[in-house]
Write a protein that binds this ligand. Structure first.
Ligand code: SF4
Ligand code: SF4
Length: 410
């Protein structure tokens, strides 16, 4: 329709003011390529990767155009039109096809980083500011690292039994970033679920959901991972499949489309019917509030793009926050505006990312909250880093960590 309703919602259009960096412009370019009116030029490749895939335009579009997903496809095409050199290709294939799909390899790869932190090398590197001499992305990536604990996956029992009156049995999809970087978040998710009366089954063989592959244009590896997870979770005797990672949830809900020609329709719809984000799930089944302890805090909520735009989940996290005794929710302006993380976007376009983040942090400051809540590890890393850099006092927590504070001690 070219109505332009999407323009004011697009962070890259806000940054550049360029039509080609807007959802409408991007879709027009992709369409011209599909209709063979335009070659797949370097500028189209650039726009495909400059799109945050935040899906804010999808929420705004009255015709249901999904520019973010169109750009995901263009990234796939970009690799065909502009193949990487031998070394670049081998490195990319190793990371996306070997390392990320292997939970064990991912866990082993974090060992040197844990040692780097434990042995005080990180302290030295930060104080001597040596990374300022290298590329900007490296300095930012290092600065974003949270204090790493041991991965959660090997520590979580296969089944954790429900507490109190049992209400059901859920499969827990433990995301890669959660187990490696935010084990405390998923530990709290399991605590919350069991306190709510659910047995929690965590299949240890779970592989990456495929979101990083979709974002990097490797749809084939994403399909293989999706097929594996589909069979793994359908073999469990569970009523629901729950995740605490907005990015994983969005990817899992898109398996139906991703695997449309590769898996039986019946299996795909059975899987889709069971997938829930944790906040969506808790509101649907009804949060049991008896026994919740008071948490005195003023909190504000940043909506992860992959929760509000990709999954349409916006009211549920707020409802849960309001149900925690003692918590005051202070809405920030533009809560659903991207934080500038978007997988590797925040590292590839670090200066643009900083501008998007600054806008978010101004809104956090104005809210007057002491705690900034989110529900996605990518946002968590970016916001926690931004808050530290800006010398702001707010703690950044996942919603399940906040809810975990209200639970009685185990
Ligand atoms: S993508 Fe949707 S909102 Fe944007 S111009 Fe086209 S029809 Fe309008
Ligand atoms: S997904 Fe986000 S960055 Fe990409 S075109 Fe849509 S609004 Fe813009």
């Amino acid at each position: 329709m070219r109505c332009g309703f999407c323009l004011p919602t697009c962070p890259t259009y806000a940054l550049t003011g360029r039509e080609r960096s807007s959802p409408r412009g991007r879709v027009a370019l992709a369409r011209a390529v599909a209709e063979k009116k335009l070659e797949f030029t370097p500028a189209i490749k650039e726009e495909a990767f400059f799109c945050l895939d935040c899906r804010a335009c999808t929420t705004a579009c009255p015709s249901g155009v999904r520019a973010g997903e169109v750009m995901e496809m263009c990234r796939s095409q970009a690799h065909a039109f502009y193949p990487l050199g031998k070394m670049g290709k081998a490195f990319r294939e190793f990371i996306l096809q070997k390392m990320v799909p292997s939970p064990k390899m991912m866990e082993t790869s974090m060992l040197p980083t844990r040692l780097y932190q434990r042995l005080g090398i990180q302290w030295l590197v930060r104080h001597l500011k040596v990374l300022k001499l290298g590329p900007e992305w490296m300095n930012k990536a290092e600065g974003m690292l949270p204090e790493l604990e041991k991965p959660l996956r090997p520590q979580l029992p296969d089944i954790v039994a429900a507490r109190g009156e049992k209400r059901g049995r859920v499969g827990f999809f433990l995301g890669c970033v959660m187990t490696l970087m935010y084990p405390n978040v998923s530990r709290n998710t399991v605590r919350v679920l069991t306190h709510q009366g659910f047995d929690v089954v965590t299949p240890k063989d779970t592989k990456c959901c495929g979101a990083p592959h979709l974002s990097e244009g490797d749809r084939e590896t994403a399909r293989q991972l999706a097929l594996f997870n589909l069979d793994l979770f359908l073999a469990q005797d569970v009523d629901y499949i729950v995740t605490d990672c907005a990015g994983c949830g969005a990817a899992l809900k898109e398996y139906e489309e991703l695997l449309a020609e590769r898996a039986e329709h019946e299996k795909l719809s059975r899987f889709r019917e069971k997938i829930r984000d944790i906040s969506e799930f808790l509101v649907e089944v009804g949060l049991r509030t008896e026994g919740l302890q008071e948490v005195r805090a003023r909190v504000t909520y940043h909506e992860p793009c992959h929760l509000c735009h990709a999954q349409g989940i916006s009211a549920q996290p707020r409802q849960l926050i309001r149900q925690i005794p003692g918590v005051e929710l202070r809405e920030m302006q533009e809560a659903s505006w991207c934080c500038g993380s978007a997988a590797t976007w925040g590292l590839k376009f670090s200066q643009d990312s900083q501008k998007v983040l600054d806008r978010k942090l101004d809104n956090v400051k104005a809210s007057g909250a002491d705690i900034l809540i989110t529900a996605n590890p990518g946002c968590h890393l970016q916001l926690a880093w931004g808050v530290r850099q800006a010398g702001m006092p707010q703690d950044v927590l996942h919603l399940m960590e906040l809810l975990g504070r209200a639970l009685p001690p185990d």
